[in-house]
Design a protein around this ligand. Structure first.
Ligand code: F0G
Length: 345
């Protein structure tokens, strides 16, 4: 078996690689699709989990970033920028460093999970916290490209979506066909659009016999697509999807309409319950936003016996504060066997 060579090599025939001279890769992709027996039993369906947290920077963003940075570098760019709730900035910083490029990231002050902030800093990006939310950060990143010679690597950059569609390819390659339902958290709405592009491309090429229904889930406090209007002050514990005006709103709705799917909302409590359920029952530690895909299944149910894939977009280790604050604080005892036995009895 030849070792995995990264997405742009493995899926070269399926990607728009025009103009690419030098591939920037961290051997992203090829993430596990694991069966979830307890969740399957709970919702009376056949549920699988796509562990995107096992990408090199711990989220699905690496799929789009290998493509975006590769293309930016091939086009001669030397600096990239993004607005981010954390994961995009971690991936942008890592791939830019690999490419020998500079990276500027704009993040909402105090609303980025600690691990993600640490990543962007350690990978050497210029990290700028703004007194504003993600939507404002994205607007500023866009505007910056008019003032400076800098390439934006948010998902409004089409190369990002093109790379991210490989998640769908991997799901079909692993299952032998598309699932009946693809369940996915929705923030800026790029990923749901990307998966749909991947599924349709494979289907129309005859690789899969069916197309999945696309089920997207937003956090109730940040659910503009569900509400049908922009949310000016989005709020949720799932900071990754704390977004009030998604850039890919229109393509996301198209994916949902064409696939006969839906975008619905789950509350923070529902999302945290799914987060704990996954860790305790399936041994999968994802970040809170990722658990929206599972919370949605538990909340709304699924047609009996259907095959479902939940995309767990990011690694739980990125957000240690939420993990610890949602759990019982470990006890402290004297370092004696007596105390240990007393505690355990
Ligand atoms: N899950 C995680 C862990 C994310 O980081 C994001 C988005 C999403 C889901 C939603 O994906 O935006 O394509 O609908 N994070 C972006 C960021 C906004 O800046 O890292 P989407």
């Amino acid at each position: 078996m030849t070792p995995w060579r990264g997405l742009l090599h493995e899926y070269a025939d399926w990607l728009d690689l025009r103009g690419v001279t030098d591939v920037v890769t961290l051997l992203e992709g090829n993430t596990p699709l694991i069966h979830a027996p307890r969740l399957s039993e709970l919702v009376k369906a056949d549920v699988w989990l796509k562990l995107e947290g096992l990408n090199p920077t711990g989220s699905f963003k690496d799929r789009g970033m290998t493509m975006a940075i590769t293309k930016a570098k091939s086009a001669g760019a030397t600096t990239v920028v993004c607005g981010s709730t954390g994961n995009t900035s971690a991936a942008a910083a890592a791939f830019a460093a690999r490419a020998g490029m500079s990276c500027v990231v704009l993040v909402p002050q105090g609303k980025v999970a600690l691990g993600k902030l640490a990543q962007a800093i350690v990978y050497g990006a210029e990290v700028i916290q703004i007194r504003g939310n993600f939507d404002r950060a994205l607007t500023m990143a866009r505007e910056l490209t008019q003032h400076l010679p800098i390439t934006i690597v948010n998902s409004i950059n089409p190369d990002r979506i093109e790379g991210q569609k490989t998640g769908a390819f991997e799901v079909v390659d692993a299952l032998g066909d598309a699932p009946d339902i693809l369940s996915i958290p929705v923030g800026n709405a790029g990923n749901i659009s990307a998966y749909w592009r991947g599924f349709t491309q494979y289907h129309f090429a005859g690789v899969s016999s069916i197309l999945p229904k696309m089920w997207g889930f937003q956090a109730a406090g940040a659910a503009p697509i569900v509400l049908g209007h922009r949310v000016d002050e989005p709020e949720t514990i799932a900071t990754a999807i704390r977004i009030g005006n998604p850039a890919s709103w229109v393509p996301a709705l198209e994916a949902v309409d064409e696939s006969h799917g839906a975008i619905r909302a789950v509350t923070d409590d529902e999302l945290l319950a799914a987060y704990s359920f996954l860790a305790r029952n399936e041994s999968v530690f994802c970040e809170p936003a990722s658990a929206a895909s599972v919370a949605g299944l538990i909340k709304f149910g699924v047609p009996a016996g259907s095959r479902v894939v939940c995309v767990l977009t990011g690694n739980g280790l990125k957000d240690p504060d939420t993990a610890v604050s949602q759990s019982v604080t470990p006890v402290v005892i004297e370092a004696t066997m007596d105390d240990l036995l007393r505690h355990l009895q």
